[in-house]
Design a protein around this ligand. Sequence first.
Ligand code: V47
Length: 373
Amino acid sequence: MSELTITDQRLKPIAEKVLAGERLSMEDGIALYRSPDLLAVGWLANHVREKRHGNITYYNVNRHINPTNVCVAACRLCAFGRKKDTAGAYTMALEEAFQTASSGYTEAVTEFHIVGGLHPDLPFQYFLDLVSGLKERFPQVHMKAFTMVEVAYLAKRAKLTIRQTLEKMKEAGVDSLPGGGAEIFADRVRHIICDHKIDGDQWLDTAKLAHQIGLKSNATMLYGHVENDEDRVDHLLKLRALQDETSGFQTFIPLAFHPDNTPLQHLPKTTGILDIRQIAVSRLVLDNFPHVKSYWQMMTAKIAQISLRFGADDMDGTVIEEKIYHDAGATTPQGMRREELERLIRAAGREPIERDTLYRPVTRTETSVTVAV
Ligand code: V47
């Protein structure tokens, strides 16, 4: 690794803490966002990343399934949701969802990533049947299903507690939860971008319950809209505090806001510099998160690749069919093949490792896929 050169003197005490493995504060996080010395911030994040993961970069072979885009919420951040019976609204019949699950690339997937809108009429049983039906048909595939927001909404509709709802989901075959819906926890920001969702504390409480019943989850942060540096660090610190309690988070995924076709489309898109900095600050502040993912669909493949030298150790996966960002103007491809992901990772000087959702290495032969347990 190259030598650390610091041109911004305010980074010196932060660098000392990072090199000594000490925890960063709110003020440190803000200084990292504001420092003009992005290369020093990146060096430090890369140092932490290499200490944890050496040269390895993870990816997986997954498929996204969005069973419905019908949503009772009308979040200003979103271009995906539709009101029932309006143009473009869709809801998959179960058979259709099962068909979708097996369509696309021929490479065997190890994960289904299942998220959708808050549908006003679909019963809880639909979602349980969806997961158990997929499990029956694809027993070897990990079900990473339903955000904390969907869990809380389904609990309310089914008149169950959050814990009961999570337990029923687990029984039906949910193996872990994705990190969506966290956005930015600060109320002021949430009122502007996603007024209709559960608040930050409810998101955290739901994640805590999931972890307590043995379900791992991810966590996200949507950045690049109306939040400020304090809101961003506050979000990271709240996640770090919960992780201290539960150790249930696997991966943190910063999501760059895509404004097109949303009520916030007057806002500018994030820049490459902010995207890279966001990865680096996340890696430095979230000292108890095993993984930081640079989700190539959001970041673009090129920025995701560069971020492998700025703190990220994971690029997400093949995805196959992405709707949420493409409705909001994303220009990335819908999916990517394993060879291409591996090529990008190798070109960044990293060693690609295919993982399953729980970060166990996957071995493939021409006829089978094996997960090391
Ligand atoms: O929660 C919605 C975001 C999230 C927009 O856990 C938008 O492995 C940008 O959470 N511009 C869902 N972002 C996606 C998500 C995710 C993705 C990949 C991997 C994992 C994981 C989780 O997408 C939502 C919201 O924060 N989102 N609309 C938009 N216009």
